[in-house]
Design a protein. Sequence first.
Length: 597
Amino acid sequence: MPPSSSSSNIDGYDLVLRLLIGVLAVVVPLSHLAWLSGNITAYLTGTSWAPYQPTKALLHPEQVWPAAGETSLLISARIVPILLFLALGAGVGVLWARHKNRGGGRKTKITDMAKARDIEPLMAKAITDKARSLRPSLKDSKHIHAKDTGILLGNLQGSRHEVRMGFEDVAVAIMAPRSGKTTSLAIPSMLGAPGPVLLTSNKAAGDAFTTAYEARARAGTVWTMDPQQIAHAAREMWWNPLASAKTLDGANRLAGHFLAASVDASQQGDFWSKAGSNILSQLLLGAALDERPITDIMQWLAFPADRTPLDILRDHNFAAVAAQLKGTVEGPPETRDGIYETARQYASALLNAEIAAWVTPQKDVPEFRPERFVTSTDTLFLLSKDGGGGASALIAACADSVMRAATAQAERAGGRLDPPMVAILDEAANVCKIGDLPDLYSHLGSRGIIPITILQSYRQGQKVWGDAGMDAMWSASTVKVIGSGIDDPDFADKLSRLIGDHDVETTSTSHSESGKSTSVSMRQERILPADAIRALPKGTALCFATGMRAAMLDLRPWYREPGAEELSTASARASQAITARAVAKHTPTQSDLGKTV
């Protein structure tokens, strides 16, 4: 059916109106620019200023400035206005493009996340006020340095607002390799810590160990436990893991570290695992009560018929534990041998003399005492290889003993440590598998003990602590930092749902016989969909804090901060020292060469 004459007239009027508006949009600014440019040129050349005549200046400039030359008029009233008009149009185009991006592109979805007012408790003023209430030593201080108020996480994206977690928060960071977990979180946290610092790691050269070593040495004593010689560190300390194993609970915890280091969470409940852990616990208790070195348990495991641990347990009034041990020893040989072999596998690292030397008394080497460490400004580096088995069990046990000592000290100090202790459990799922770490998260923050557990993925945590354990740690964490490299679609979708949705305005246009109609509707859309979370650029991170909207952060790596050059030089020195120690260790001596000949 042909359109009616009325609709044709409407379309014609609409076309004429648009054409007229377009002409005005060009002529009006261009004529004003011609008048302004011509007058500026006239002023500079000593000619009189012309009255307000923009149209005439554009069409007949020689009448407006009769004394000006032809070339001068061509440049000032023609070329310059056109160039200015094009520049103005380009500027408007850029602004419009940015506006469109904010309205519908991915950048908008990021800016739709938390603003400074949404995470005010993590901002400078609130975090400083909170620090005064948490730390009695700062109560009367007129000026408090930022590092004494909390741990820097980064800047709110696109701003200078620093975002810090307070000294009552507990954190989990899930960041893929080379996403800034060490350079932007672990190292800055160590450098800014006001009290003792504990760091677990599976690397040394070019990592937190070398970067922060000299800076932390200026704050206090640096203790390094390196049983597998990752940093080829000299043995300048030893630690007694049996010091806290003189009770059944303490012995069970120590045995649990050997179990967790050897068996995944999904397998820790089977018969052999539980039985092997129980035997290990009973023998550890016996060695601790008799003040023997931990290596003595390997002899008892090798000879189940040895009655020494039974006699020790009975002499110290642990008759029930002795009866359990006796029952296992006198049980069916095939069952007993299986249990003992399982326990031997868990503690096999103690057969290595170099590893055992770090946890047995050493002459002329100071003993590391956790109860003294937690009241100092010292630093403890705990280094172990991935899959270190029993060696990583000793690392986890040492970290656990420090946190337990810090808890006891906090109770003696009225409830909290001041200054607080920062425990950075980097590569926690590989080298520091503390079995009940999710449970500890429920109270460590309130004691002034600030754990930051750094994982490469959510599934990595599930493998160590099980689904329920990792969910519990995630829920108990008051601050969660998510970096780039999240390739788990389920976890990315979970994060997307936690960030939430926003309203998006949709405009639709339809044509009919009566003309064109436009309608506007609203629909819900994810602020940050799963694919955008997966594609987070390096140098950015998501921050989820309890009771606040999710925020996007710009990370602040240590090498972009003041003093980075000095730290870089110190790191290079420490890395060279590691290399020199490694070369010296593997270079044959003259006596070795003589023996070979």
